[in-house]
Write a protein that binds this ligand. Structure first.
Ligand code: ADP
Length: 490
């Protein structure tokens, strides 16, 4: 496949960034290259925001909030705008998907029919909420004649910081509820994958969102990201990224008590009982770890299998891994693309070799793939001790660790013996057992006989060190709102 003309034209010049409705290009700004991880070649570039640009963006968002340019609109008008953004995303779906494939290495079909569609759906879902935000009346017990009610108000200017593994969809997951709540915002995409968020900015402007309400400032985390987090004008930050960076944000926000929602790392357990339908479990589990080359926070990376089906499950998974088509996302036959960068691939390979040093056995893959692109083989490790680093730490690559267990009671204990608590899944045909396990496992989202299925209506976020708060559903919207209580003496 070849990228369409719209993508080629878009990538022909360095992409400007968006502050107060203006697309900024300036000799004073650094131009950052974007690399295709499948070829290691430069595909395009963008202007990185400097600290003064970020401050201008925050001020613009603040003024638009003060002037009620957006939050002053009726719920119906807001909903129409969000719905228009969704339609524009669909209309430009191929272009956005090519950008995700070229910039992040995703197979085109996954980008086009998974992530781009879900980005559009985020705006449609929260368009529906614009007219449903409201407070309640309360009868109070203080003697006298009073009328009391609550109101929901937008929290103010919000800072949105996204990672490289799903740039468009994560931008949409944050921008849509922020706008539905009536907030103004400054978003910083990952320095590795900024192009699709900048393109989304074009569509948001085209949809008629007033100037200053949505500002996009690409650049690195330590300068652009930290400026957003440190600004007292920014009332809340929604962050998706590593647990390590999440902890830095907590420290940086301590000074101004900024509200934070953090969607961080995971080490999701997958439990397979002896009555599982292996015909469905094998591709489902493999997809749960190998999709997006394992660069997914909910990747099912720890496998606990009942001894009765262990051999059949393992041989099915090995077969799947060995036959997975690894290559460029532009090849329609590709099932797994590259890792995002050379540095990240080195990190994943180091985990594999440390895991082997700590006693794991390689059942499939384990190596980098020579040639251009940051490819590695889909990897399965068995005989993994619970204390092994590949059982404990988030690898963020296509590496499945099969943990040694004697029985499924032990599996439940082991599954919960983690610092993380983002997701998990169980495979069994016994419906009662499935729901019991769902309530036993410490995880923000849990799947039964599937893994990794997202939906905007379903809250998403983590227990333990996997984060604070939720995205999606009414819960996700609430983090962009404040509750005001009013008591009137009549
Ligand atoms: P990853 O390792 O997956 O890239 P990070 O947590 O490093 O995850 O990055 C996620 C996002 O956080 C990126 O947009 C990155 O630029 C940003 N970021 C990194 N460091 C900071 C920081 N100190 N303050 C704010 N944002 C940061």
């Amino acid at each position: 496949m070849k990228p369409n003309k719209a993508v080629i034209d878009y990538l022909a010049t360095p992409r400007p960034f968006l502050v107060n409705g203006e697309w900024i290009t300036s000799d004073e700004n650094l131009i950052e290259n974007s690399i295709d991880p499948a070829t290691e070649k430069v595909i395009g570039s963008f202007y990185a925001a400097a600290i003064q640009d970020v401050n201008k963006a925050i001020t613009a968002a603040h003024s638009s909030f003060q002037q009620k340019n957006w939050r002053g609109k009726t719920p119906s008008e807001m909903a129409k705008h969000l719905w228009t953004i969704a339609d524009l995303i669909d209309e430009h779906g191929d272009t956005l998907a090519y950008l995700e494939t070229l910039d992040g290495g995703k197979p085109f079909a996954a980008a086009r029919y998974g992530e781009v569609s879900m980005a559009a759906e985020s705006f449609r879902y929260y368009a529906g909420w614009c007219s449903k935000i409201g407070g309640r009346t309360t009868d109070i017990s203080i003697p006298g004649d009073f009328h009391s009610y609550t109101k929901k108000e937008p929290i103010g200017v919000v800072g949105l910081i996204t990672p490289w593994n799903g740039p468009l969809v994560m931008a949409a997951w944050k921008i849509a509820p922020a706008l539905a709540a009536g907030c103004s915002l400054v978003i910083k995409p990952s320095e590795l994958t900024s192009l699709s968020t900048l393109y989304l900015g074009k569509l948001i402007s085209e949809a008629g969102i007033p100037d200053g309400v949505v500002n996009i400032v690409p650049g690195d985390g330590e300068t652009v990201g930290a400026t957003i987090v440190n600004s007292p004008m920014v009332k809340k930050v929604s962050f998706t990224g590593s647990t390590e960076t999440g902890k830095k944000l907590i420290q940086a926000s301590a000074g101004n008590l900024k509200k934070l929602t953090l969607e961080l790392g995971g080490k999701s357990p997958v439990l397979v009982f002896d009555d599982a339908d292996l015909g469905k479990a094998i591709p489902g589990i493999a997809d749960g770890i190998f999709s997006n080359a394992g660069q997914v926070c909910v990747a099912g990376s720890r496998l606990y299998a009942a001894p009765e089906i262990y051999d059949d499950l393992l041989s099915g998974l090995i077969d799947y891994a060995n036959n997975l088509r690894v290559g460029s996302g532009l090849d329609p036959k590709t099932q797994m693309g590259p890792l995002i960068s050379a540095q990240h691939r080195n990190k994943v390979l180091r985990y594999i070799s440390d895991g082997i040093d700590q006693g794991a056995k390689v059942e499939a893959g384990g190596n980098k793939i020579d040639g251009d692109g940051f490819f590695i083989e889909p990897t399965i490790l068995s005989d993994v001790a619970p204390s092994n680093c590949v059982a404990q730490e988030e690898i963020f690559g296509p590496v499945l660790s099969i943990i040694k267990i004697e029985n499924m009671d032990e599996a439940i204990v082991q599954a919960n013996a983690s610092n993380y608590g983002l997701a998990g899944s169980v495979w069994t045909q016994d419906i009662s057992k499935a729901h019991k396990i769902a309530s036993e496992i410490n995880a923000g989202i849990f799947w039964i006989n599937c893994h990794g299925i997202p939906d905007m209506a379903v809250p998403f976020g983590g227990y333990n060190q996997s984060g604070w708060g939720r995205e999606g559903g009414p819960e996700g919207l609430d983090y962009y709102l404040e509750t005001k209580s009013v008591i009137a003496a009549l």
